[in-house]
Every structure is written in structure tokens, then in C-alpha cells.
Design a protein around this ligand. Structure first.
Ligand code: G6P
Length: 537
């Protein structure tokens, strides 16, 4: 595992902060699990959350159980593995499976169409891993209920179809025991976003067929380096991230196109944004975007030379080194890397909204074809709105696009008969809400981020509300054609999804941030109109 600096300014900022850290014995203290590093206010959470440093060894104890579970599900012909989980309880498994090229359906959504899509896939051969540390996350609870109902309706005994991963004593543990589901309890002293090498990352990955022992070997090899003052990749990366952020380079552009590891930036995004984005400070991860060459960027490239910092190493080692580096960067920014108070705020808003008979969606400021626009805006059409929004981004700020939609809908786009792969890709791209990010990015030198909701609420959502207050926000919601009931709950997935959007919008508006909601009354036509209008802006 190696971290190398490819730019003089980054190297000198990093070496100056690394000198300060080693003078205080920080590398060895962090590697040894010293909970006092982040100050008194963070001590209790740190003491209860540094178990990730021991995972390369302690997770080995899970291997026999994982082998048995994987063998049992394979023998039962359950080859379609679905993971219901949010944030840290989903993203690591996604990266592991993408990198090992084994199929895993990650359901970290409340979108009725996307959930219907998953339900329609091989229910007969499906095993659902339900992963939640707290055991109370609303999305995960809803997906468990939806799958229980689907199995019951198909006459399938749900007992053999769920594998629950949770902390000991959680409400989900109780539920799993009562229902007779397979249960793996996780080490409780590991925070959600640091849980890649714990049962949360490993159980779904092992069931999907990934070689998880190898990940632990890879992490185990880097572990002894983390107590060193020199030749310590975690310190080198953390000092670069923190040193650069202190010098004003607080937009972290993550590049991985040349890496054999697939999707790591999405996992890094939740780790860094949730751990550092608080008290008006933080590092904003920017994923799937080209750098703009502005003075507030730090480009970190996984296994390539295209960045200011290059990070080489296998996936297991990357997980551990990024966790360590994030804890170092938080220390330098003087924030607690183990809490996420503003994630809880949007959750509370959502819960409160769900108690109302009707969701307060408000009245549109204007309508442009299949798109209703909600918010305090001067524009009267979409091109004007995009121009207004781009103009509103502060000089040191960013624009965040957040889509409460089916992230796979673009693949339904009609493709002309006989189209080759290039034409198919073009058709998908022009039907994909994520393309809005790229088109907006062409019109500004400020970073434009994109997040599928509610996934991003458990990642950049914390940063949006409590990091530097220089974000401008565009929410996209869509009409629900066919909703999905959540058995035992007084809401459907569609209602929950809209409540999440309105709950987060409320949290952003309370802070005085410019925030607009674009509601697609026809989803496919709405996406097409957005992509057309942004090019006219
Ligand atoms: O695993 P759960 O308790 O369901 O939590 C899922 C996610 O929820 C919140 O967003 C936390 O901030 C994340 O760190 C966590 O990974």
C-alpha cells in the first residue's frame, strides 16, 4: 500500500501537518485506539467506535460462519443476493462485489419503481441480507417488510430467505430471532461508515461469492504500518487530506477510472463527508466528475497518476487506510469523526412529516412541461432556473443535485432497432437524471455533485447541512406511477420517499440555503426536459 504526492504544494502542506502529528505521537496513539485524540466532547463516541482498527484480525472469527451461510444459501439455490441497507451498511459490500465481479443487488432506496424492479427479479432464487447497525433505519425496515410480504404472497417461507446483520440488542435482532431468520451479530464498537471489514461489509459480499478472506489479508498486511511515524500510508493520506483542507483545498475530487477497484469513491464519499462535514467545516468529496483546476480542489487518484495524490493498494488495505486517514483529517479539522448529528435531523423531519395526513408539498412556482418547480425562484422557465441556480453558487461553494428517482430507469429508454453499443449508451445517458450533473458542470467551474436519494442522505447529507454553508441544492422528485405498500406501517414507499425529500429540503431551507425542488410529473419526459433545458441555460 502506498500513498504518493504528485504536487509540491500538497507534499509540503502534508509534511508540515504530519510533523505536528508525529510530535504528539498521534500515529501510534490512533493505531492503539486512543479515544482522547479528538478532544473531550468526542471521547465517549471514539471509545465506543474505534473497533474498526481490530477488524482485520477479529473479523477472521466470522469466516467459518460465513462459509456455512454461503454454502447453505448456494445449496438452496439462492443465487440472487439482495442487500437491504443504507450508508455504511450497504456501500462497502457494493464496492467489494463490483470489484470481485460477483452480482449483488444493493437496495438502498425508497423508490417504488426501483423496488418493484428488484422484486420482479428471480424472487424464487432470492436471499435478502438485511443490514442495519441500529436496527431502526426506516428505509431498511421498510424493505424488510416489503420483501416479507412479497415472499408470503409468492407462497415462499420467509424463514430461509433472510440473513439479518445487526448489533447485539437491536430491535432488528429481536425481530430476526422471533421470525427465525439467520442472524449474524456484529461487533458493536464499530461505527456504520467504518464497518467495511466487519459483518456489515463481509456477510453480503460472502453470500454473493466474493473472497472476503483475501480482503482481511490485504488489510492485515497494512495494519502494522499504521502505528509508524514514517512509511505510514494512513498518516500520509490523512495529512494530505487534512493539510490541503486547512489550506483551503477542501473539495476532494476522487478519480478511479484507471483502477481495477470499482466504485471505491462512492464508499469514500460517505466516509469522508459524514466524518468531516460538521461545525461549518469539512471536506466535500466530488465523485464521477472531472477536476476544474480551481484552487480549492485536491485531486486524489486511485491507482493512477492523474491526481495530486496517488493511492495504490488492494481493496482491503484501501478500506483501512481511508478510515485511518479520515480519522486523521477530522483531527486536523478539529471535528468528531464518529458522529453525524445532522443525518438524524433530516430523519426526524421525515418522521414528523409522516404523521401528517397530507405531505406539505406546497404549490409550484411555475411549471415547464413535465416539470413542476418548487421554491423561491425568480425564473419562469427551466433554462432561466438553471441559469439562476448556477449564478447563486458562491465563489468557494458547490452545487448538489439530489435525485429521488429510480436509478435504473435510464435502462428502460427506447433504443432504436439494430443500435450498436455506442448508440445504446447514448440513449441511456440521455434518459439518465445523473447526466444533469455533467451538463451543469459544463456551465460552471464550481464542483457539481450528484446523489441518488435516499442513499446520499447517509453520506453527503451530513456535509450539506453542517459543513461549510456554501452549497446550492437542486432536488429532483417524480410522480409515482405504481406505489408499494409497506406492511405494518402507515405509509407507502412513495409517501416515505416524498417525506424524505421534503424533510431534507426543510433542513436545508432552515439554514437559508438556496434549495429548489424539481418535480417530474412524467418521469421519462421530465428527465428529457431537464437535460434539454440545461443546455439552453
Ligand atoms: O446501519 P444503520 O444503523 O441502519 O445505519 C445506516 C447509516 O445510517 C446513518 O446514515 C449513519 O450516519 C451511517 O453511518 C449509517 O451507515
Amino acid at each position: 500500500m502506498e500513498v504518493s504526492y504528485r504536487e509540491e504544494e500538497v507534499a509540503s502542506a502534508a509534511s508540515s501537518v504530519a510533523g505536528r502529528l508525529t510530535a504528539h505521537g498521534v500515529p501510534a496513539r490512533l493505531a492503539g485506539g486512543d479515544p482522547t485524540l479528538w478532544g473531550e466532547d468526542a471521547e465517549a463516541e471514539a471509545a465506543a467506535g474505534l473497533g474498526w482498527l481490530a477488524l482485520p484480525r477479529s473479523s477472521r472469527e466470522l469466516l467459518p460462519e460465513l462459509g456455512r451461510l454461503a454454502g447453505r444459501t448456494r445449496a438452496a439455490g439462492l443465487t440472487n443476493v439482495v442487500l437491504a441497507g443504507m450508508g455504511g451498511s450497504a456501500l462497502a459490500a457494493e464496492v467489494i462485489c463490483d470489484t470481485c465481479d460477483v452480482p449483488l443487488t444493493v437496495l438502498d432506496t425508497t423508490d417504488p419503481a426501483q423496488v418493484r424492479r428488484a422484486l420482479a427479479e428471480q424472487l424464487d432464487n432470492t436471499v435478502v441480507v438485511v443490514a442495519s447497525k441500529s436496527g431502526t433505519t426506516v428505509e431498511t425496515d421498510a424493505l424488510l417488510r416489503v420483501y416479507e410480504a412479497a415472499f408470503a404472497e409468492a407462497g415462499i417461507d420467509p424463514a430461509g430467505r433472510f440473513v439479518v446483520v445487526t448489533d447485539p440488542g437491536s430491535p432488528l435482532e429481536k425481530r430476526a430471532v422471533e421470525a427465525g431468520y439467520a442472524l449474524v451479530t456484529a461487533r458493536p464498537d464499530v461505527g456504520g461508515r467504518y464497518a467495511a471489514l466487519s459483518a456489515y461489509g463481509l456477510v453480503p459480499a460472502a453470500l454473493a461469492g466474493a473472497d472476503v478472506e483475501r480482503l482481511l489479508d490485504e488489510a492485515g498486511q497494512v495494519l502494522p504500518l499504521l502505528s509508524r511515524d514514517t512509511g505510514n500510508p494512513g498518516l500520509d493520506l490523512g495529512a494530505a487530506l487534512g493539510g490541503a483542507a486547512l489550506a483551503g483545498r477542501d473539495k476532494l475530487v476522487l478519480e478511479d477510472q484507471l483502477s481495477a477497484i470499482n466504485g471505491l469513491p462512492g464508499w469514500i464519499e460517505q466516509l469522508v463527508a459524514e466524518s468531516t462535514g460538521k461545525q461549518g467545516r469539512g471536506i466535500l468529496p466530488v465523485v464521477a466528475a472531472d477536476p476544474n483546476g480551481t484552487g480549492d480542489e485536491l485531486v486524489v487518484a486511485i491507482e493512477s497518476d492523474v491526481g495530486d495524490v496517488r493511492v495504490d493498494g488492494p481493496l482491503g488495505a484501501q478500506f483501512l487506510v481511508w478510515e485511518y486517514a479520515t480519522a486523521i483529517a477530522a483531527l486536523l479539522l478539529e471535528v468528531n469523526p464518529f458522529d453525524q448529528p445532522e443525518v438524524a435531523e433530516s430523519k426526524a423531519n421525515t418522521t414528523e412529516l409522516l404523521t401528517l395526513p397530507d405531505l406539505p408539498a406546497g404549490a409550484p412556482a411555475f411549471t415547464d412541461g413535465p416539470v413542476e418547480v418548487y421554491g423561491a425562484v425568480r425564473a419562469t422557465d427551466l433554462p432561466g432556473l438553471f441559469a439562476e441556480v448556477l449564478h447563486a453558487i458562491p465563489r468557494d461553494g458547490y452545487l448538489a443535485v439530489m435525485a429521488y428517482l429510480d436509478r435504473l430507469a435510464a435502462f428502460d429508454a427506447p433504443v432504436p432497432d439494430g443500435a450498436d453499443f455506442e448508440h445504446m449508451t447514448d440513449a441511456w445517458m440521455m434518459a439518465d437524471a445523473a447526466t444533469l450533473r455533467a451538463l451543469l458542470a459544463l456551465r460552471t467551474d464550481r464542483p457539481v455533485t450528484f446523489g441518488w436519494a435516499p442513499r446520499f442522505l447517509h453520506a453527503t447529507g451530513q456535509y450539506h447541512k453542517s459543513g461549510p454553508q456554501n452549497g446550492v441544492f437542486l432536488q429532483i422528485t417524480g410522480e409515482v406511477a405504481e406505489d408499494v405498500a409497506v406492511p405494518g406501517r402507515p405509509y407507502t414507499l412513495g409517501r416515505l420517499q416524498l417525506a424524505q425529500a421534503l424533510g431534507d429540503l426543510g433542513a436545508l431551507e432552515t439554514r437559508g440555503r438556496p434549495a429548489v425542488r424539481l418535480h417530474l410529473t412524467d418521469r421519462a419526459a421530465g428527465v428529457a426536459r431537464l437535460l434539454e433545458a440545461v443546455q439552453e441555460a
